[in-house]
Design a protein around this ligand. Structure first.
Ligand code: EPU
Length: 416
């Protein structure tokens, strides 16, 4: 199994380009199921999750021609509207096939994703929404089986903000008869990127980026050539790594409008942050100051950046309270960070991070994608060698992480 070896203690320095956003790419790839016309998706990050989504589409009969950072998809013929367990269990985002399949083909069989390392993660709101749009849904042997003659528009209130739930229902509503109103919709930039792609395909969507999205159904969608937005979580991870190592980095192709909550906290930690039209420069001159935060749906502080900020706070001056409100079990990194010498207590859904002056390298284990990112940051700070095991989690969401951090002067290598 591959590992990362990091020799820490060097401030990050240099320039790195932000890759395309995984969490925008995945729903946009699923959206290809909504049309018989060709769909080209560009600025795709080269990640295992992206490959899994393309494989899932191919299993259904979609033709895919992949380039380095793009794919051409043709979903004219879909042999089987089916997402099998063996793929869904490796990637929960496979649930994004459900809405498009039932909307275009009147039928879908998608494996239930089940829980995962960061929490229970039910999909009840996806199912409730599609039921409100007229789908007949049953759960059989671990599969969601949905059928519908043609979906019809509905007013749907989601009592919890759900990103993929909003995306699934927004995609389904594009081909429904009549108007769908999604209330308490997710405002995440990735939802808005999907909406822009769907609109270019001929969908009639308004309100994306706000918490009420209105979709007027159409009979068919066209093809599209879409460039995926840059990844705000990858960008935030590089910035947090630079701040923790007291470095200076410039991000190019950065999604500057989507980073407000993260940049505000980095400034509170003492970083100088200059934002250009698509660049962000961060310089951290001394030891970071502890910054408290509470995760929340966008535009609040993203749960996908919580672990990385715990790593930065682990070496900050002072004590920070970090509260996780989205997922119930998203502190798996804490026990691994302790192995590096971090002083962190967990009280319910709050991590009390007492900053220490230095960390020391150790062997640690990645448990989920963002937890892995926090271990990388801590390893970059720690004196001596840190070896991170199970980095397949990291490869799901960060493209060639060792090369790109290496470009910033990090001493990091992949070992088997
Ligand atoms: N929830 C429900 N019922 C539902 C759906 C969600 O109760 O039907 C709850 C969840 O249990 C959770 C909360 O709602 O407590 C929010 O979950 P959400 O549905 O928004 O999460 P998701 O759509 O499954 C996406 C990202 C995650 C990111 C979350 C929150 C994708 C592919 N995944 O997941 O990304 O953490 O939104 O922002 O977009 C990651 O990239 O590392 C990652 C985990």
């Amino acid at each position: 199994m591959q590992k990362l070896s990091i020799r820490g203690g060097t401030p990050l320095s240099g320039e790195v380009r932000v890759a395309g956003a995984k969490n925008a790419a995945l729903p946009i790839l699923a959206a290809a199921l909504l049309t018989a016309a060709p769909v080209r998706v560009r600025n795709l990050p080269r990640l295992n999750d992206v490959r899994t989504m393309v494989r899932l589409l191919e299993r259904m009969g979609v033709k895919a021609e992949a380039g380095a950072h793009e794919v051409a998809l043709d979903a004219r013929m879909v042999a089987e509207p089916f997402a099998p367990y063996d793929l869904v269990k490796t990637m929960r985002a496979s649930i994004l096939a459900l809405g498009p399949l039932v909307a275009r083909f009147g039928e879908a069989r998608v494996s239930l994703p089940g829980g995962c390392a960061i929490g229970e993660r039910p999909v009840d709101l996806h199912i409730k929404g599609l039921t409100a749009m007229g789908a007949d849904i049953s759960i059989e042997s671990g599969y969601i089986h949905a059928t519908a003659r043609r979906l019809k528009g509905a007013r749907i209130f989601m009592d919890t903000v759900t990103v993929t739930g909003t995306e699934n229902l927004m995609m389904a509503a594009c081909l429904a008869r009549g108007t769908t109103v999604l209330e308490n919709a997710a405002r995440e930039p990735e939802v808005a990127d999907l909406a822009r792609c769907l609109i270019a395909m001929g969908a009639r969507i308004a309100g994306h980026g706000s918490d009420v999205i209105t979709v007027e159904g159409v009979d068919a969608l066209f093809g599209v050539d879409h460039v995926v937005m840059p990844d705000r979580i990858e960008a935030g991870t590089f910035l947090a790594a630079a701040a923790a190592t007291r470095g200076t980095v410039v991000l190019t192709d950065a999604p500057v409008g989507a980073l407000d909550a993260v940049i505000e906290k980095l400034r509170a930690a003492g970083a100088e942050v200059d934002v250009g039209s698509d660049t962000v420069r961060l310089a951290m001159k001394g030891r970071p100051r502890a910054v408290g935060l509470r995760t929340a749906p966008h535009p609040g502080f993203p749960t996908d950046m919580q672990a990385q900020f715990i790593a930065m706070n682990a070496v900050a001056e002072g004590t920070a309270l970090v509260t996780e409100t989205i997922f119930e079990n998203r502190f798996m990194h804490v026990q691994e960070l302790r192995r590096l010498g971090a002083h962190i207590d967990i009280e319910g859904n709050t991590a009390v991070v007492h900053g220490v002056p230095a960390l020391a390298g150790a062997n640690v284990m990645a448990t989920d994608l963002r937890a892995s990112a926090s271990l990388v940051i801590a390893g970059l700070v720690a004196e001596g060698e840190t070896v991170i095991d199970r980095i397949y989690h990291l490869d799901r969401g960060y493209e060639r992480i060792e090369e790109r951090l290496g470009q910033l002067g990090a001493r990091i290598e992949r070992v088997s």
